[in-house]
Design a protein around this ligand. Structure first.
Ligand SMILES: Nc1ncnc2c1ncn2[C@@H]1O[C@H](COP(=O)(O)OP(=O)(O)OP(=O)(O)O)[C@@H](O)[C@H]1O
Ligand SMILES: [Mg+2]
Length: 224
Protein backbone atom coordinates (compact mmCIF):
# COMPACT_ATOMS: atom_id res chain seq x y z
CA UNK A 1 0.00 0.00 0.00
CA UNK A 2 2.75 2.45 1.05
CA UNK A 3 6.07 2.45 -0.80
CA UNK A 4 8.80 4.87 0.26
CA UNK A 5 12.00 4.82 -1.77
CA UNK A 6 15.08 6.88 -1.00
CA UNK A 7 13.04 9.44 0.90
CA UNK A 8 14.98 12.42 2.16
CA UNK A 9 13.82 15.62 3.84
CA UNK A 10 16.04 18.67 4.18
CA UNK A 11 14.96 21.94 5.76
CA UNK A 12 16.70 25.12 4.52
CA UNK A 13 16.59 27.45 7.46
CA UNK A 14 18.37 26.33 9.45
CA UNK A 15 19.86 23.79 7.03
CA UNK A 16 19.09 20.40 8.49
CA UNK A 17 18.69 16.91 7.06
CA UNK A 18 15.76 15.49 8.99
CA UNK A 19 15.17 12.26 7.04
CA UNK A 20 17.51 10.22 4.86
CA UNK A 21 17.63 6.84 3.11
CA UNK A 22 14.06 5.94 4.06
CA UNK A 23 13.13 2.77 2.15
CA UNK A 24 10.00 1.03 3.42
CA UNK A 25 7.04 -0.91 2.09
CA UNK A 26 3.94 -1.25 4.19
CA UNK A 27 1.34 -3.76 3.02
CA UNK A 28 -2.40 -3.25 3.19
CA UNK A 29 -3.78 -4.37 6.57
CA UNK A 30 -0.50 -3.97 8.45
CA UNK A 31 -0.43 -2.41 11.92
CA UNK A 32 2.87 -0.52 12.16
CA UNK A 33 4.27 1.39 15.13
CA UNK A 34 6.96 4.03 14.56
CA UNK A 35 9.16 4.67 17.57
CA UNK A 36 12.25 6.80 18.23
CA UNK A 37 13.47 9.71 20.31
CA UNK A 38 12.14 13.25 20.25
CA UNK A 39 13.32 15.03 17.09
CA UNK A 40 14.18 11.75 15.31
CA UNK A 41 11.90 12.60 12.36
CA UNK A 42 8.76 10.59 13.15
CA UNK A 43 6.23 13.39 12.58
CA UNK A 44 8.08 14.50 9.45
CA UNK A 45 7.76 11.00 8.02
CA UNK A 46 4.08 10.78 8.97
CA UNK A 47 3.42 14.14 7.30
CA UNK A 48 5.02 12.87 4.09
CA UNK A 49 2.96 9.67 4.14
CA UNK A 50 -0.16 11.74 4.89
CA UNK A 51 0.50 14.07 1.92
CA UNK A 52 0.82 17.06 4.28
CA UNK A 53 4.45 17.58 3.37
CA UNK A 54 6.72 16.65 0.47
CA UNK A 55 10.07 14.88 0.57
CA UNK A 56 13.03 16.80 -0.90
CA UNK A 57 14.14 13.59 -2.65
CA UNK A 58 12.78 10.11 -3.21
CA UNK A 59 9.52 8.54 -4.28
CA UNK A 60 6.31 7.99 -2.39
CA UNK A 61 3.70 5.66 -3.86
CA UNK A 62 0.29 4.98 -2.31
CA UNK A 63 -1.49 1.99 -3.85
CA UNK A 64 1.04 2.11 -6.67
CA UNK A 65 0.48 5.77 -7.50
CA UNK A 66 3.40 8.23 -7.22
CA UNK A 67 2.24 11.17 -5.08
CA UNK A 68 5.32 13.18 -4.07
CA UNK A 69 5.32 15.09 -7.36
CA UNK A 70 1.55 15.68 -7.70
CA UNK A 71 -0.13 19.06 -7.17
CA UNK A 72 -1.28 20.20 -3.74
CA UNK A 73 -4.95 19.96 -4.70
CA UNK A 74 -4.55 16.44 -6.05
CA UNK A 75 -2.76 15.42 -2.85
CA UNK A 76 -5.50 16.98 -0.68
CA UNK A 77 -8.07 14.97 -2.59
CA UNK A 78 -6.15 11.76 -1.94
CA UNK A 79 -5.84 12.67 1.73
CA UNK A 80 -9.55 13.38 2.12
CA UNK A 81 -10.70 10.20 0.41
CA UNK A 82 -8.17 7.62 1.53
CA UNK A 83 -6.33 8.79 4.63
CA UNK A 84 -7.43 9.56 8.19
CA UNK A 85 -4.82 11.61 10.04
CA UNK A 86 -4.68 11.98 13.81
CA UNK A 87 -2.37 14.91 14.57
CA UNK A 88 0.05 15.05 17.46
CA UNK A 89 -1.57 18.39 18.42
CA UNK A 90 -5.23 17.64 17.64
CA UNK A 91 -5.93 20.69 15.35
CA UNK A 92 -9.59 20.92 16.31
CA UNK A 93 -11.43 24.05 15.21
CA UNK A 94 -12.46 25.98 18.33
CA UNK A 95 -15.59 27.64 16.89
CA UNK A 96 -17.17 24.35 15.83
CA UNK A 97 -18.82 21.83 18.12
CA UNK A 98 -17.41 18.36 18.65
CA UNK A 99 -19.91 16.94 16.15
CA UNK A 100 -19.11 19.63 13.57
CA UNK A 101 -15.38 18.97 13.96
CA UNK A 102 -15.93 15.24 13.54
CA UNK A 103 -18.03 15.78 10.41
CA UNK A 104 -15.56 18.17 8.71
CA UNK A 105 -13.94 15.51 6.49
CA UNK A 106 -17.41 14.46 5.32
CA UNK A 107 -17.94 17.92 3.79
CA UNK A 108 -15.16 17.12 1.31
CA UNK A 109 -16.44 13.66 0.43
CA UNK A 110 -19.52 12.24 -1.29
CA UNK A 111 -20.86 10.52 1.81
CA UNK A 112 -24.35 11.39 3.01
CA UNK A 113 -24.26 13.64 6.06
CA UNK A 114 -27.04 11.72 7.77
CA UNK A 115 -25.16 8.40 7.57
CA UNK A 116 -21.99 10.12 8.71
CA UNK A 117 -23.73 11.61 11.71
CA UNK A 118 -25.00 8.20 12.76
CA UNK A 119 -21.48 6.84 12.38
CA UNK A 120 -20.09 9.81 14.33
CA UNK A 121 -22.47 9.13 17.24
CA UNK A 122 -21.37 5.49 17.29
CA UNK A 123 -17.69 6.37 17.26
CA UNK A 124 -18.06 9.11 19.91
CA UNK A 125 -19.85 6.58 22.12
CA UNK A 126 -17.04 4.07 21.61
CA UNK A 127 -14.48 6.54 22.90
CA UNK A 128 -16.65 7.61 25.85
CA UNK A 129 -17.81 10.96 24.46
CA UNK A 130 -21.46 10.22 23.62
CA UNK A 131 -22.69 13.19 25.67
CA UNK A 132 -20.15 15.75 24.39
CA UNK A 133 -21.20 16.09 20.73
CA UNK A 134 -22.65 19.59 21.20
CA UNK A 135 -19.70 20.98 23.21
CA UNK A 136 -16.88 23.11 21.86
CA UNK A 137 -13.46 21.47 22.00
CA UNK A 138 -11.90 24.09 24.28
CA UNK A 139 -14.06 22.99 27.22
CA UNK A 140 -12.83 19.41 26.84
CA UNK A 141 -9.72 18.01 28.49
CA UNK A 142 -6.64 17.28 26.39
CA UNK A 143 -7.41 13.57 26.36
CA UNK A 144 -11.02 14.19 25.34
CA UNK A 145 -9.88 16.46 22.50
CA UNK A 146 -7.48 13.74 21.40
CA UNK A 147 -10.38 11.29 21.18
CA UNK A 148 -12.42 13.77 19.12
CA UNK A 149 -9.45 14.09 16.73
CA UNK A 150 -9.35 10.30 16.44
CA UNK A 151 -13.06 10.07 15.66
CA UNK A 152 -12.66 12.80 13.02
CA UNK A 153 -9.85 10.80 11.39
CA UNK A 154 -12.05 7.71 11.25
CA UNK A 155 -15.29 9.27 10.06
CA UNK A 156 -14.73 8.66 6.33
CA UNK A 157 -13.65 5.05 6.96
CA UNK A 158 -10.25 5.64 5.35
CA UNK A 159 -8.22 2.70 4.06
CA UNK A 160 -5.16 4.18 5.76
CA UNK A 161 -5.10 5.61 9.29
CA UNK A 162 -2.08 7.65 10.36
CA UNK A 163 -1.91 8.57 14.03
CA UNK A 164 0.87 10.65 15.57
CA UNK A 165 1.02 9.86 19.31
CA UNK A 166 -2.72 9.08 19.52
CA UNK A 167 -2.50 7.99 23.15
CA UNK A 168 0.09 10.52 24.32
CA UNK A 169 -2.48 12.56 26.26
CA UNK A 170 -4.72 9.75 27.46
CA UNK A 171 -4.89 7.96 30.78
CA UNK A 172 -4.83 4.17 30.94
CA UNK A 173 -8.57 3.63 30.47
CA UNK A 174 -8.98 6.12 27.63
CA UNK A 175 -5.85 4.82 25.90
CA UNK A 176 -7.13 1.25 26.14
CA UNK A 177 -10.45 2.34 24.55
CA UNK A 178 -8.65 3.97 21.64
CA UNK A 179 -6.32 1.02 21.15
CA UNK A 180 -9.23 -1.42 21.12
CA UNK A 181 -10.93 0.73 18.50
CA UNK A 182 -7.78 0.65 16.40
CA UNK A 183 -7.52 -3.14 16.83
CA UNK A 184 -11.09 -3.53 15.59
CA UNK A 185 -10.32 -1.41 12.54
CA UNK A 186 -7.17 -3.32 11.69
CA UNK A 187 -9.15 -6.54 12.18
CA UNK A 188 -11.53 -5.19 9.54
CA UNK A 189 -8.68 -4.62 7.06
CA UNK A 190 -7.82 -0.96 7.56
CA UNK A 191 -4.09 -0.16 7.61
CA UNK A 192 -2.76 1.61 10.69
CA UNK A 193 0.53 3.46 11.11
CA UNK A 194 1.01 5.11 14.47
CA UNK A 195 3.80 6.95 16.24
CA UNK A 196 4.26 6.18 19.90
CA UNK A 197 6.72 6.57 22.73
CA UNK A 198 4.84 3.97 24.75
CA UNK A 199 6.32 0.44 24.57
CA UNK A 200 2.98 -1.13 25.50
CA UNK A 201 1.32 0.62 22.53
CA UNK A 202 4.12 -0.45 20.18
CA UNK A 203 3.78 -4.01 21.49
CA UNK A 204 0.29 -4.25 19.96
CA UNK A 205 1.60 -3.56 16.45
CA UNK A 206 2.52 -6.33 14.04
CA UNK A 207 5.63 -4.41 13.03
CA UNK A 208 7.80 -1.78 14.70
CA UNK A 209 9.94 0.72 12.79
CA UNK A 210 12.51 2.54 14.90
CA UNK A 211 13.83 5.90 13.69
CA UNK A 212 17.01 7.55 14.94
CA UNK A 213 18.48 10.76 13.49
CA UNK A 214 16.23 10.55 10.42
CA UNK A 215 16.98 6.95 9.49
CA UNK A 216 15.22 3.67 10.04
CA UNK A 217 17.55 1.74 12.31
CA UNK A 218 15.26 -1.19 13.12
CA UNK A 219 12.38 -2.92 11.35
CA UNK A 220 10.95 -5.73 13.46
CA UNK A 221 7.99 -7.93 12.58
CA UNK A 222 6.24 -9.81 15.31
CA UNK A 223 5.41 -13.45 14.77
CA UNK A 224 1.61 -13.59 14.35
N1 LIG B 1 9.57 23.35 9.54
C1 LIG B 1 10.76 22.96 10.01
N2 LIG B 1 11.89 23.64 9.74
C2 LIG B 1 13.08 23.24 10.20
N3 LIG B 1 13.27 22.14 10.95
C3 LIG B 1 12.19 21.40 11.25
C4 LIG B 1 10.88 21.77 10.82
N4 LIG B 1 9.99 20.84 11.28
C5 LIG B 1 10.72 19.95 11.98
N5 LIG B 1 12.04 20.28 11.97
C6 LIG B 1 13.14 19.53 12.61
O1 LIG B 1 13.10 18.20 12.15
C7 LIG B 1 13.50 17.31 13.17
C8 LIG B 1 12.49 16.18 13.27
O2 LIG B 1 11.25 16.71 13.74
P1 LIG B 1 9.98 15.79 13.95
O3 LIG B 1 8.86 16.67 14.33
O4 LIG B 1 9.80 14.92 12.75
O5 LIG B 1 10.46 14.88 15.18
P2 LIG B 1 9.66 13.77 16.00
O6 LIG B 1 10.44 12.49 15.86
O7 LIG B 1 8.24 13.74 15.59
O8 LIG B 1 9.82 14.26 17.50
P3 LIG B 1 8.74 14.23 18.75
O9 LIG B 1 8.83 12.84 19.30
O10 LIG B 1 9.30 15.25 19.69
O11 LIG B 1 7.40 14.58 18.23
C9 LIG B 1 13.65 18.13 14.44
O12 LIG B 1 15.02 18.34 14.65
C10 LIG B 1 12.95 19.43 14.12
O13 LIG B 1 13.58 20.51 14.76
MG1 LIG C 1 6.47 14.26 16.52
Amino acid sequence: MIELEGIEKVYDSPARRVLQRIDVRIESGEHVAITGGSGAGKSTLMNIIGCLDRPTAGQYRLDGEELASRSDSYRSGVRNRRIGFVFQLFHLLPRLTVMENVLLPVMYSNTSLRDAETRARGLLARVGLADRAADRPNILSGGQQQRVAIVRALINEPALILADEPTGNLDGAAAAGVLELFDTLVGGGQTLVLVTHDPSVAARASRVLEIAAGEIVNDTRRPS
